[in-house]
Write a protein that binds this ligand. Structure first.
Ligand code: GLY
Length: 262
């Protein structure tokens, strides 16, 4: 079933202020710790960009015991039928899901939870207008997928387990939705079977991190510093907003990870 605009028309977003502990966030390669003050500035610019795209943003307070908690997207999947609190794959991040469950309830959103031992990070979930693709990764496993699939299948969604490229953190590190039938993807994902029924815009080589852009209503938020990708999207007719994400990038994060959009 096609759900028109599900993947890019949003009225609301939830973000979390980066705590001082963000300097200790998980990273695959240590290229230095984020600077908390700079992160706060970039986060505020990100929130303003979401607002300018027409979204009402709820900002949750910093969660110091969890250095990666600014990456709220990994803790929940927000669908019109309900919010599903996930089970993040990194043990140090599990408690973020408990906090998000409480926060969502306090914001008035009823929640379901993954209760089993399987794991799913929201960064591995790509929702398009016609299906949900979940990338198996070091953070997302078959058991987690099965439990998630059982819930969303009842709501009528088509959901499939696909593969996250081995050298990236999350499936959405390498792809994002640009429209009902259009995906932005890195070269290594652009030919993937799961995208054979979509039009794929390939991120220019050397700008792979720009694949983690986000379409929000009429705008596409693109991480700053990737001029070829911004130019490609611009010339393809998209309304591009460049948003700095240098500090998130130090923790293998990007634009999508820093908000839940619904
Ligand atoms: N630093 C983001 C993550 O590893 O989940």
């Amino acid at each position: 079933m096609e759900r028109h605009g599900l993947s890019y028309r949003f009225r609301n977003a939830i973000v979390r202020t980066p705590g001082k502990s963000v300097t200790e966030g998980l990273r695959d390669v240590d290229r230095g710790a984020p600077d908390h003050a700079v992160y706060l500035e970039e986060h505020e610019t990100y929130v303003q960009a979401l607002r300018r795209a027409g979204v009402e943003v709820a900002t949750l307070p910093a969660l110091e015991p969890y250095p990666d908690s600014v990456f709220v997207e990994d803790t929940a999947l927000c669908l019109p039928e309900g919010f599903i609190i996930l089970r993040p794959g990194a043990p140090s991040r599990r408690g973020e899901a408990d906090s998000m469950a409480l926060d969502c309830k306090n914001l008035g959103h009823p929640v379901l939870r993954l209760e089993g031992r399987g794991t799913v990070d929201g960064g591995d979930i790509l929702v398009t207008d016609r299906e949900i693709l979940v990338g198996a990764s070091e953070r997302t496993d078959q058991n987690g997928f099965d439990e998630l699939a059982a819930i969303v299948s009842k709501w009528g969604y088509t959901i499939s387990l696909v593969r996250t490229p081995s050298d990236v953190l999350h499936f959405k590190s390498d792809c994002s939705v640009l429209g009902p039938d259009t995906i932005l993807a890195t070269h290594r994902l652009s030919g993937a079977l799961c995208f054979s029924d979509y039009t794929v815009l390939e991120v220019p080589r050397g700008e792979e991190a720009a694949a983690n852009s986000i379409r929000v209503n009429s705008k596409v938020l693109v991480p700053d510093g990737f001029p070829k990708t911004a130019g490609l999207l611009d010339s393809s007719g998209f309304d591009v907003t460049r948003v700095p994400a240098t500090q998130a990038a130090l923790l293998d994060g990007g634009l999508s990870c820093q908000s839940l959009r619904f």
